[in-house]
Design a protein around this ligand. Structure first.
Ligand code: NAD
Length: 299
């Protein structure tokens, strides 16, 4: 039987993820975004348009949300015209946004009170992985809900990890993005120092990639983005800054000191001040370049 899927939030990630649902499964898709153009693009791919998130939910067995941050999820699910208004008992909400786990638990309580179920299922990897359906999906929620949602999650991701009860997917995702943000800023400082001191960038990359200083961003993000002078996202500075702050907030709630993360967060904040809010997060290197008076670029 054809399953009815709803998708709310058709941005850099939601757009390719929802296209994969149409492309890969026996699903009917109904979509909503506050930006009309994003909806029109999905309609051209075979989705139906809804006039609100509530209308998406009225017509769906499973509703997926892919929104920037906690207030956006609260507005789109709990707010007027939101998902909750339209959800039918027995339906499932999968929130794939990266948000505060406390908001996830608040939304889940409201969803469950309506006789529905919920998973938090934020994603790892990049927009390119969203396009080819190879995201890493970190899910929190009841095991049986996770099992029931596996076929739809498999349209979007190649690696599905059940992390624990509701909110656990968000916790794992926040920890991951805190570490990756720290690595991105550490690379910016290390590479700028080496170049300013007179060594060729290619030599630095060759050595750093073959010692314990090696990390994925020296291979996959920096060389194809900021080091080539390409600041297009990718993963935007504004989202990296948001995720660093989610980590700092969680650390504050739990009395876990995050001094290195706090310092990295301020470099992202400086990048925002230099106009990089919507640029790829590797553009954080611009802050260090600006201070050092050099450009760190692959020839
Ligand atoms: P985005 O800003 O490109 O897209 C968000 C979309 O949500 C936009 O189209 C916006 O119009 C829509 N929206 C906002 N409020 C809405 C509402 N109330 N109702 C309906 N639509 C609404 O963000 P993105 O890059 O797609 O990221 C989405 C989530 O995925 C974020 O939490 C982000 O941290 C996470 N993420 C992003 C990446 C990446 O590489 N971009 C990777 C992994 C995870």
């Amino acid at each position: 039987m054809t399953q009815k899927i709803g998708f709310v939030g058709l941005g850099a990630m939601g757009r390719p993820m929802s296209k994969n649902i149409i492309g890969k499964g026996n699903y009917e898709l109904i979509v909503y975004d506050v930006v009309d153009r994003a909806v029109e693009e999905l309609v051209a791919h075979g989705a139906k348009a809804a006039a609100s998130a509530a209308e998406v939910a009225e017509n769906s067995d499973v509703i997926i949300t892919m929104l920037p941050n906690s207030p956006d999820v609260e507005a789109a699910v709990l707010g007027p015209g939101g998902v909750l208004e339209g959800m039918r008992p027995g339906s499932t909400l999968i929130d794939m946004s990266t948000i505060d786990p406390a908001t996830t638990r608040k939304v889940a309580a409201a969803v469950q009170a309506k006789g529905c179920s919920m998973l938090d299922a934020p994603v790892g990897r990049s927009t390119a992985n969203a396009e080819d359906g190879t995201l890493l999906i970190m899910a929190g929620g009841e095991e049986d809900v996770f099992e029931a949602c596996k076929p739809i999650l498999s349209c979007m991701g190649s690696d599905l990890v059940h992390c624990g009860p509701i909110g656990s997917g968000e916790i794992v995702k926040i920890v991951n993005n805190m570490l990756t943000g720290i690595i991105v800023t550490a690379n910016a400082e290390a590479l700028t120092l080496g170049v300013k001191a007179g060594v060729k960038l290619e030599t630095l990359l060759q050595v750093l990639r073959s010692t314990a200083a090696n990390n994925g961003h020296l291979h996959a993000t920096y060389p194809v983005k900021a080091l080539k002078g390409d600041f297009s996202p990718g993963f935007a500075v504004r989202l990296a800054y948001k995720d660093m702050n989610l980590a700092l907030s969680l650390g504050g709630q739990l009395s876990v000191p995050l001094s290195v993360a706090a310092s990295s967060t301020q470099l992202f904040n400086m990048a925002r001040g230099l106009g990089h809010d919507n640029h790829d997060y590797t553009s954080v290197i611009s802050v260090v370049e600006e201070c050092a008076g050099v450009k760190v670029r692959i020839d």
